[in-house]
Ligand binder design. Structure first.
Ligand SMILES: Nc1ncnc2c1ncn2[C@@H]1O[C@H](COP(=O)(O)OP(=O)(O)OP(=O)(O)O)[C@@H](O)[C@H]1O
Length: 262
């Protein structure tokens, strides 16, 4: 049987000595979108960072494992870990534009990122970036590539961040509140782009969101986190339509609606 893309098995993590994740288990298959919901401080970002072994100096895995394609992330040698972070697991942040240097053009920075993970000429990286931006419905990819970050709107910046993530050729994508900083129109575009990326590249995705409307629009499965523990995990249709847990019901009561795109 093929290993899951990501598998958390009874993962417990502490930050600064405080337990933040407790016995978290789930798996993610190719082509699956898992949305992780829960209130602020419930451990959602920590859950994503654990997969990249990016818990920082305060972080400690106190029990359990995270496996990527069957390989224990906490036992990976440095070179493997670099591949994992560079092109195995893509990361999309709440504010992708903030990850770009304000001083250099987008095309220069995309080239730098691609060249760090394999020999690629500037012409080739521009071609691949322009193709990806066109695929994500940017009307003028060349203009984006020659822009500085401050010349892009927040929504465009977020979509450029998605393009860069996809250009690295990840097998799975971790998205931490990818729509939270956006107006509703840009939210819809980002949700549609992530759904298209899943379909086109058969990606697995873990999407952290406060927004139950985003979970409704995207999720195949939903995991509800409270105080670092999984209170509910199952098919999106079950968790979002017939929640078993009172906490999930309370989250759903505050949900803005987005229709499912695919
Ligand atoms: N370096 C640290 N040392 C100690 N505690 C930390 C540290 N970083 C985060 N925490 C705590 O860990 C808990 C989980 O944080 P985390 O960012 O994973 O939650 P979250 O669900 O993603 O929250 P949000 O939705 O606000 O981003 C929080 O209570 C936070 O205060």
């Amino acid at each position: 049987m093929t290993a899951a893309l990501l598998e958390y098995e009874r993962l417990s993590v502490s930050l600064g000595g405080n337990p933040v994740l407790r016995d978290v288990s789930f798996s993610l298959q190719r082509g699956e979108i898992l949305c992780v919901v829960g209130e602020s401080g419930s451990g959602k970002s920590t859950l994503l960072l654990a997969a990249l072994r990016l818990l920082g100096p305060a972080g400690l895995v106190t029990g359990g494992t995270v496996r990527f394609c069957g390989e224990d992330v906490n036992r990976m040698p440095k070179a493997r870990l670099r591949d994992l972070r560079g092109c195995g697991l893509g990361m999309i942040h709440q504010d992708c534009l903030a990850s770009f240097s304000p001083l250099r053009r987008i095309g220069d920075q995309i080239h730098e990122a691609l060249a760090a993970h394999g020999s690629v000429s500037r012409a080739e990286s521009d071609r691949r970036a322009a193709d990806m931006l066109a695929r994500l419905n940017f009307p003028d990819p060349q203009r984006v590539l020659s822009s500085y970050p401050f010349e892009l709107s927040g929504g465009m910046g977020q979509r450029v961040g998605i393009a860069l993530c996809l250009l690295m050729g990840p097998q799975a994508v971790l998205a931490d509140e990818p729509t939270s900083a956006l107006d509703v129109v840009s939210q819809r575009l980002v949700v549609d782009e992530l759904l298209r990326a899943r379909r086109d590249f058969d990606l697995g995705m873990v999407v952290v969101t406060h927004h139950m409307g985003v979970a409704r629009a995207m999720a195949d499965s939903v995991l509800v986190l409270k105080d670092g523990r999984v209170v509910e995990h199952g098919a999106a249709s079950d968790v979002l339509s017939c929640p078993r847990d009172a906490y999930t019901r309370a989250l759903l009561d505050a949900a803005p609606r987005l229709e499912r795109g695919v």
